[in-house]
Design a protein around this ligand. Structure first.
Ligand code: ADP
Ligand code: MG
Length: 267
């Protein structure tokens, strides 16, 4: 790529969705859960998919990560057309290009932090040094701890290290702080934001929470399976104030009175 280090380069498109739809058929009932989704995700962005429960966030994320297939439309990922990959190429794509962070961490209780992080290498996937990945998430020295010996926030950091260790093109996180208290939620969120900005790691996070969404560079508002607006605020929120912290609900859900991201209607 041309240019020098002092130049701000505009990032390329990593993912592109064109007219993507998903319909689940249950018996004789067709449930159209994603309708005509068009969007692009650029390299190095922290993208947030924001919408209420049942709006189709997880379905959309699963489709982006090749975990579920689209009923119609086209998804491209770099040079690959995800919607045309056969099963074997799709599983390579999931293992090598994608890192996933889960709401309930999904750590294996009988394995140490380092062993959990290294798990993908057991499946033959090339990984970086698990210790380096643990260091990235602030857990140097925790490599021999078992999940039961760590707090929820620390377990989720291991979950993030496990996603990063394959050096993925993109990290997907579905309600990654949904099981954490408010202070830990903020720590984990800021860690993810830092990784995106410092490592230029593309990330897509799903949440139902306006406040958490405000940390993203781009917020995609989804309702009833349709994108109703996209907000861009490059850099995202980085500062917090005391009032905002005391206004959080327990259980990792945060509310900021008077601060609603108002989605605009597509013209
Ligand atoms: P969100 O993550 O925003 O809460 P989901 O993507 O999980 O929403 O679900 C969107 C809609 O799709 C819901 O109405 C849900 O019931 C439906 N749905 C999700 N998965 C399936 C499935 N495997 N079969 C049928 N319907 C599903
Ligand atoms: Mg969901």
């Amino acid at each position: 790529m041309a240019g020098n280090a002092n130049q701000v380069c505009s990032m390329g498109t990593l993912i592109n969705l064109q007219n993507v739809g998903k319909t689940y058929i249950t018996g004789s009932v067709a449930n159209e859960v994603l309708k005509n989704v068009n969007l692009t995700i650029d390299e190095g962005e922290m993208v947030v998919i924001l919408g209420p429960s049942g709006s189709g966030k997880s379905t959309l994320l699963n489709m982006l990560g090749g975990l579920d297939s689209a009923s119609c439309g086209t998804i491209t990922f770099g040079e690959k057309t995800v919607t045309e990959l056969d099963d074997s190429r799709l599983s390579d794509f999931r293992a090598e290009d994608v890192g996933i962070v889960f709401q309930f961490y999904n750590l294996i209780p009988t394995l140490t932090a380092a062993e959990n992080v290294a798990l993908m290498s057991e499946l033959g996937v090339e990984i970086m040094d698990p210790m380096e990945a643990l260091k990235l998430v602030g857990l140097a020295g925790y490599e021999n701890k078992f999940p039961s010996q760590m707090s929820g926030g620390q377990q989720q950091r291991v979950g993030i290290a496990r996603a990063l260790v394959v050096d993925p093109e993109i990290v997907f996180a579905d309600e990654p702080t949904g099981n954490l208290d408010s202070n830990t939620t903020l720590e984990v969120l800021k860690l993810m934001q830092k990784i995106v900005h410092e490592k230029n790691q593309t990330m897509v996070m799903v949440t139902h929470d306006n406040y958490l969404a405000s940390f993203g560079d781009k917020v995609i508002h989804i309702r009833d399976g349709k994108i109703i607006g996209i907000d861009e605020h490059p850099g995202g929120r980085t500062e917090l104030n005391e009032n905002e912290i005391t206004d959080m609900y327990p259980g990792g859900t945060l509310a900021v009175p008077g601060e609603e991201i108002t989605p605009y209607e597509n013209a």
